[in-house]
Structure formats: C-alpha cells, structure tokens
Design a protein around this ligand. Structure first.
Ligand code: LLP
Length: 433
C-alpha cells in the first residue's frame, strides 16, 4: 500500500511504523521528527550480508555507507549486525570511533582528505584508506612511516561506466572529481608508484559508479572492468590484489514510479561476472566489499510534520506548508527528488486533490513534494513523508536558523530518542559577539 514495507494503518486510521502510532509519536516527541525503524535497518543489513555469504561463500564484507545517515546509534546497530562502515570525513570517522566501531572494519573515503584527517585515521588504526590521488598517497606513506606502521590502502578507480541516474550522483565516468581513471593510464601509474612505497600496502581497488541506480547492467559492467584491471595489475606489475570494493548505489522506491531490483539479485549477477572474469584472467577471487547506504536506511525512515498554513491560489496551485522543509530534507531543492506523503492521522483516505507540500524556509524552491495527490488536508494534521531515512538527517542544515529535528528510533512498539532535537541555544552555541 505504501512505498515502504514497514508501514501499516491501525484501527484509528493512523499510520503505524514499527508498531508505533505515528500520531502518538508526533505528540510525544514533537514535529518535525525523523523516525527510524530499527527492525527494518537490521533486516536490510541481513539481506545484504546473507546475499554476500551466499554468492561469495562468506568471502566478502558489507560496509554501510555512513553518509546516508551517520550517528552513534546507527554505528552501533550496523556493528551489531556485523557490517563494516565506509566513512568519508573526519567527522564520520570520529563518530565511528566514539561508537566503539572496530577500526579494522572501517574504510576511509574522500576525494580531498586533509592532512589532519589522514593523521587522525592513521592514529586510530583505520583498517583501510581508499586513496583518491597522488597527494594523499604521498602524505599517507609519510604519516604511516612516522608512526612505523604499514597502512592498508585501496584505490578509488573510475571504471568509465555510465550509470543511468541524476548527473549530480554519477561518479563512474572520467569527468568526475573522484578517484583516478583507467582510460588515461593514471590508475595504473599511481598503483605502480604505491607498490614501491615502503609504508603502504596496496590491499585493493574500489569503484562506485553512482547512486539510486535501478539497472543491474552498469554494476556488472563495472565489476568486469575492475576484474580486468586486477588482471592487468597482475600481468604487468606482478601485483596480486586481495580486495575488490564495488561501492554502493542500489536504487530504492521513493514513489510508485520507482522499480528497484531486489538487492540479492544485483549481488548474484555481479558475483557471476566477478567469478567468470577471475577465471578468464587467471587471478584469484578477491575478497569482495560493497557499500550500500541509501538502501539500508532510506526505507526505514519517515519524517513527521505538522501542517500549518494552507494557501489555495485558485487556478494556480494549492500550497500546504509544514513545520520543516529543506532544512531537514534538501533533496527536492538539490535534485528535484520525489517522495510519497501520507496524512498520518487519516492514513488510508482517498487521494482526491493535487497539492504542493512546501517547507517553511525563505526560499521558493523549499518544496518537499510538488503536485502530490493527497486526501483533503487540514491545518494541524500530521503529515508523514516516506522513505526519508537516507540523505535527509545527514544532509540537514540550520538554514534560517531553524533547529534540526530529533531522531527517534522505533522497534517492536518501543520508541526512543537517538538524536536530540536541537535548541535555539544549540543554534548560537559557537557564536561570539
Ligand atoms: N560508496 C561511495 C564511495 C559513495 O560515494 C556512496 C555515495 C556510497 C557508497 C553509497 O551510495 P548509496 O548506496 O547510498 O547510493 N546525496 C545524494 C546521494 C549521494 C551519494 C554519495 N555517495 C542523494 O541524496 O541522493
């Protein structure tokens, strides 16, 4: 009935998540409110983990891409599920450190890691650092040398594969700020250099072709290109690569127009290509890593708002404004992303009118959903926007000095705050007059 499988309607006609009545959640914790369904996050982790075990015989690890939603709480949950994490900044790494995440399962990404971030990562014993460029490689070799250690590294490679998705989230092509390209030889060159450096060990290669991708084909193509590259490294440098990290990017259902492929199907198809190409090139089967972010947390999240002013501009548009907006969900203003919304206190009412759900920021583009078919909406209704678990909280801002919402985790009828609501005091915390 809804885009996310974890949502139902109770006998009061209220939307329910994780056996919690969302209208009650809004009353108890206030709005706007991010709600995360812990049971669904765990379930999604297991789907990936089981598929990796099934198709690679346990010789693989799923890394949760923290950028989708990073907090002490989510680090704890994915750790309990036996996943690793991909971190992409000192802040995400700090969160993992503070959550007690085992550092051997942390993979540090980023196209411009600062010297401080590199030192922080080496100091904390981060298992693998995914090197983006030559400056970073030299800095890493030097930092590891000073500490007398040998740092495991991987390389971010642009496989030259075109993923059919929004241009802002395409990363596999040569014209991208991430990583080193295959077609002009720079990937080969940097790895050759690294293989001669004393304080780093080339453990693997990595690619990530983009995000919110629905086709299997580009993932298979990327896997084939990467396996051939591993073959080339062996043939030309006599270098054996232990790990292949295939990134994330698996698409999810935001609206009924989205048609995602079951995640284990992607993994099955990709594993066939990996095994076939390994055989053809005479290289050993690498340890496989993958980095789903969105598909683990997005479907598990919803955002609850309270409906405020309604403006019916005859023959033009009907605006329904809510008490949040681009500050807690900037995805419409950035990518014109689409979402589904439900009136939480009238959850299965017929959808009879077209409205535009707007936020409260001083910005005309501050829209949550343009032209949504909705039931009649009244001031004071609780509105739920679905599938907001990824890239909402993690991309939230204080634009217009609006405090960020709280995050509540629900599981089996229980709800608890896992990120506190910001206060006005938080807003001025770092100000100096
Ligand atoms: N690994 C790497 C190296 C990545 O850059 C990303 C996402 C992922 C894994 C996880 O991809 P996922 O499975 O979540 O698609 N803010 C955008 C998405 C940006 C994705 C950036 N990288 C959005 O809201 O759609």
């Amino acid at each position: 009935m809804f885009v996310s499988e974890n949502l139902t309607v109770n006998n009061k006609n209220h939307l329910v998540i994780g056996k919690n009545d969302t209208v009650e959640l809004a009353k108890e914790f206030g709005t706007p409110l991010y709600v995360l369904d812990e049971d669904l996050i765990r379930k999604n982790c297991r789907i990936y983990k089981d598929a990796m075990d099934k198709y690679y015989g346990g010789k693989g690890l799923v890394l949760y891409a923290n950028k989708a939603f990073c907090s002490l709480y989510t680090c704890r949950i994915v750790n309990e599920e036996g996943l690793g994490v991909d971190v992409v900044s000192g802040g995400e790494l700090y969160t993992a450190v503070k959550a007690g995440f085992p550092m051997d399962r942390v993979y540090f990404h980023g196209n411009n890691k600062t010297d401080d971030e590199i030192e922080f990562a080496v100091e904390n014993g981060v298992g693998n650092i995914i090197v983006d460029n030559i400056y970073e490689l030299e800095k890493l070799n030097e930092t590891a040398g000073k500490r007398g250690i040998i740092q495991n590294i991987m390389f971010r490679i642009k496989p030259g594969v075109d993923a059919h998705t929004h241009s802002f989230v395409q990363t596999g092509q040569i014209d991208s700020k991430f990583g080193v390209a295959l077609e002009n030889g720079e990937a080969f060159e940097i790895i050759e250099k690294a293989s001669k450096m004393p304080n780093v060990r080339v453990n693997g290669v990595h690619c990530h072709i983009g995000s919110q991708i629905f086709d299997i084909e580009p993932f298979c193509k990327a896997a084939e290109v990467m396996m051939n590259f591993i073959g080339d490294l062996k043939d030309r440098l006599d270098l054996e690569i232990d790990c292949l990290n295939l990134g994330g990017g698996y698409g999810i259902m935001y609206t009924e127009n989205d048609d995602p492929v079951p995640y284990d199907e992607y993994i099955q198809h990709v594993s066939e290509i990996v095994k076939k190409t390994a055989g053809e090139r005479g290289v050993k089967l690498p340890f496989i890593l993958m980095e789903p972010g969105r598909s683990i947390v997005a479907p598990a999240g919803i955002t609850l708002y309270t409906v405020g002013g309604i403006k019916d501009i005859k023959n033009v548009r009907k605006y329904v404004s809510v008490d949040g907006g681009m500050g807690d969900n900037p995805r419409y203003i950035m990518y014109e992303s689409e979402y589904e919304a439900v009136i939480a206190n009238n959850a299965d009412a017929a959808r009879t009118e077209k409205v535009t759900i707007a936020g409260k920021c001083c910005e005309s583009g501050d829209i949550l959903i343009r032209d949504a078919m909705m039931p009649e909406i009244n001031v004071g209704d609780t509105l739920a926007v679905l599938a907001t678990g990824a890239y909402n909280y993690s991309m939230a801002s204080n634009y217009n000095r609006i405090p960020r919402p709280a995050v509540v985790a629900v599981s089996d009828g229980k709800a608890k705050v896992v990120v506190k609501r910001e206060t006005y005091e938080d807003i001025i915390r770092n100000d100096i007059m």
